[in-house]
Design a protein around this ligand. Structure first.
Ligand SMILES: NC(=O)c1ccc[n+]([C@@H]2O[C@H](COP(=O)([O-])OP(=O)(O)OC[C@H]3O[C@@H](n4cnc5c(N)ncnc54)[C@H](OP(=O)(O)O)[C@@H]3O)[C@@H](O)[C@H]2O)c1
Length: 255
């Protein structure tokens, strides 16, 4: 359905079994040249092999911690050096530390805010600067969360960072619209990945979540990747500044 032949797409946090690697696979299958990063050298090179197999000509993989500004700059710079430019950035790398707020530490705060918010801003800043200078526009998609609008005990800082992403998305969309850069946010509901596997270890928790979701089930990484590719495509050429909830209706329940 989507054709990204000739496009360069960078995805942060694209290792393991999560939303990032699935999105990178979809861009690669749709013909894009892709740049991927995550903190672990072993995991990101494994992801590159999983996505491209023998064909690594359209993949740039690099270990980079996006909570660290110089790493983020090095990753975006590396993608541009390897493929000449960048058309699409997917800010996806994320962490969360669910638990009682009275036990939340400064290290948890720094990791949550620096990865989920600061990293998104600086990756967008470096990508947008190059997109604007090149004069051919571009597209930035931030992976937010239903937590931006729902209220879950024990996730105060994660929720604040994700709400910040939705608001930052609007601000940057307004600021960069004249440069032809669209900025949107995809906000997933509950998707089985490594980020939440401990929460759902108890089948009763899984059942309770499925009962709450109007569509009666949790989503898949593919369903999130499909929404990301849609927003990155020309089918969404007049959409900017929006947060698209891909959540089986979960946000309807929380109001
Ligand atoms: N799954 C859900 O239900 C859900 C719901 C709403 C929103 N989200 C959001 O979706 C995004 C992807 O999450 P996921 O569910 O796919 O989780 P995941 O399976 O834990 O994947 C997270 C990815 O980010 C990487 N990462 C974490 N911190 C990083 C950092 N500082 N720098 C670079 N890479 C980093 C991890 O690799 P390394 O460990 O190698 O760094 C991994 O590749 C996150 O932003 C998350 O908040 C997920």
């Amino acid at each position: 359905m989507f054709d990204f032949t000739g496009k360069v797409a960078a995805v942060t946090g694209a290792s393991g079994i999560g939303i990032g690697i699935e999105t990178a696979k979809h861009f690669f299958a749709a013909g894009a040249r892709i740049g991927i990063c995550s903190r672990s050298q072993e995991r990101i090179f494994q992801a590159a092999r999983e996505i491209g197999g023998e064909d690594q000509s359209r993949i740039f993989a690099m270990p980079a911690d996006t909570s660290v500004v110089k790493d983020t700059e090095a990753f975006i710079g590396g993608v541009i050096r390897r493929f000449d430019h960048i058309d699409i950035l997917i800010n996806n790398a994320g962490v969360q530390f669910p638990g009682p707020s009275v036990e939340f530490t400064e290290e948890h705060w720094d990791s949550t805010v620096d990865t989920n918010l600061k990293g998104y801003f600086f990756a967008a800043r470096y990508a947008a600067k190059e997109m604007a200078a090149r004069g051919k526009g571009g597209c930035i998609i931030n992976i937010g969360s239903v937590n931006a609008v729902t209220v879950v005990a024990g996730q105060a800082v994660y929720a604040a960072a994700k709400a910040g992403i939705s608001q930052m998305t609007k601000s940057l969309a307004r600021e960069w619209g004249r440069d032809g850069i669209r900025v949107n946010c995809v906000a997933p509901g509950s998707i089985p990945t490594l980020i939440n596997k401990d929460i759902y270890r108890d089948p009763a928790v899984e059942r309770a979540m499925c009962e709450k979701i109007p569509m009666g089930r949790r989503g898949t990484t593919k369903e999130i990747a499909d929404a990301v590719l849609y927003l990155a495509s020309d089918y969404a050429s007049y959409i900017t500044g929006q947060t698209l909830f891909v959540d089986g209706g979960l946000t309807l329940v929380h109001g």
